[in-house]
Ligand binder design. Structure first.
Ligand code: AMP
Ligand code: MG
Length: 414
């Protein structure tokens, strides 16, 4: 059920669609490139356009295991005489006289004198007499030199992230090393007197610092060089020092905690003294408070402390900044629609990213269930979930059976 009414809208909150471009305008691609060897290039971002120095394929070759010949020779309806063979890596160097053929294997060079290949299943062999079922046209089953790429053509553009396919493409054109952006350095720390590192005992009122580990996971997947700066107590001087250290070491500093209303004022005050920071109130749930700006030369992102909020704000607000700084295009999530299987209570006012489990039934229809309680401190909901259920800002309670927008984790459009 959609509610167009506006009883709970919070006009002072900024919609994420408006906030993201504003945040992106405040960061630039990092300066600095380095030469990387192909075997170490996975996930790196190209800092140059790459052209091929060779034709692809580099020579005419067979797409099939079969026989190579001139199609015109089949007109007489007589067998062709077998005069040799061309295997991958072992070309045929002899003459290609009239009414002859050679055995040829997939990937083997097609001799200059022949124009066509027939697959072996359509050939009858009688000693050296080869009876070939005529293919439809000249050039059948031949992969022509340069049909994929000609020498000098651009193969990969600056800003391309090197994945498995690109690793292979680069090898295909013989590129053993090339220019990539240096890796983005991201330092992060948690703030809060209640936080204890894993491996220690918890006293009354203490909890384990989980954000540092989820942030480590998030930034690792974003292929940055990360620096874990630990937990910083709610102490003004310790926090000031931590901001300075982190900003001196990294291109981006991410903290969690200390940016929500009610936190000791000094965090905000110190940030304002140390850098140029905006404190955002965003119309997203979870994750309303978010700080972003610069400390020294470093970009600063202050995530809310609640564990789900920190992950959601990372995905929605920090990841686009990282992508831009890395020289990458900012990815768009792939959105699908699915039938909601349980009802959701929601107040109009904020875009909600509820944690959901998306599944496909036997008819191929998509269904999505919430993971249950959606408290922003319940991190297990992120682990159980495989998607966000996105409920628009003015949407209210939503009944089971409604079609809803779903963002599967790890799926992007570009
Ligand atoms: P804060 O944003 O500092 O007001 O924290 C909001 C809530 O998140 C509080 O319940 C904190 O205890 C909790 N929290 C803050 N930082 C972390 C962290 N690193 N790991 C787990 N919980 C945290
Ligand atoms: Mg705190």
């Amino acid at each position: 059920m959609h509610s167009a009414a506006d009883p709970c809208a919070q006009p002072q909150l900024m919609h994420p669609d408006q906030a993201i471009p504003t945040l992106l305008a405040q960061v630039n691609v990092i300066e600095g490139t380095e030469v990387v060897q192909l075997s170490h290039a996975l996930n790196r971002v190209l800092a140059e356009d790459l052209a091929s120095c060779i034709d692809l394929p580099p020579f005419n070759n067979s797409a099939m295991d079969g026989y190579a010949f001139n199609l015109a020779d089949l007109a007489e309806d007589k067998p062709l005489r077998l005069i040799g063979q061309s295997f991958a890596g072992h070309p045929y160097h002899g003459e290609c006289s009239a009414n002859t053929c050679i055995r040829i294997m997939t990937g083997a060079p097609l001799p200059q004198g022949y124009d066509t290949v027939q697959m072996q299943e359509k050939v009858r062999v009688d000693g050296d007499d080869i009876y070939i079922e005529a293919p439809q046209q000249v050039g059948e089953n031949v992969r022509k030199r340069g049909e994929e790429l000609t020498s000098g053509a651009k193969v990969l553009s600056k800003g391309t992230q090197i994945g498995a396919a690109e690793m292979g493409v680069l090898a295909t054109i013989g590129a053993s090393q090339f220019l990539v952006y240096r890796q983005l350095k991201v330092a992060f720390f948690s703030t809060g007197d209640e936080l204890r590192p894993v491996g220690s005992e918890l006293a009354q009122g203490q909890i384990y610092d989980s954000n540092r580990y989820s942030i480590q996971g998030l930034v690792s997947k974003a292929n940055v060089e990360w620096i874990d700066m630990g937990v910083i107590a709610d102490d003004p001087e310790a926090i000031r020092q931590a901001f300075r250290n982190a900003a001196a070491k990294a291109d981006m500093v991410i903290t969690s905690g200390g940016v929500s209303v009610g936190d000791a004022d000094y965090t905000k005050q110190i940030l304002e003294e140390e850098g140029q920071i905006n404190f955002w109130k965003l119309a997203i749930k979870p994750g309303k408070p978010f700080a972003m700006g610069h400390i020294g030369k470093a970009v600063f992102c202050g995530l809310p402390g609640n564990p789900v909020s920190s992950m959601v704000t990372f995905y929605k607000l920090v990841l686009p900044l990282i992508q831009k700084m890395q020289g990458l295009p900012v990815t768009q999530p792939l959105l699908v629609t699915a039938t909601l299987t349980d009802s959701i209570r929601k107040h109009p006012g904020r875009v909600e990213y509820q944690r959901g489990v998306l599944s496909r039934d036997q008819q191929g229809q998509l269904h999505v269930a919430t993971t249950g309680s959606q408290g922003s401190g319940m991190l297990t909901s992120m682990s159980v979930a495989n998607c966000f259920i996105i409920l628009e800002q003015m949407q209210g309670n939503t009944d089971a059976g409604t079609m809803v927008t779903v963002e599967p984790f790890n799926s992007v459009l570009c």
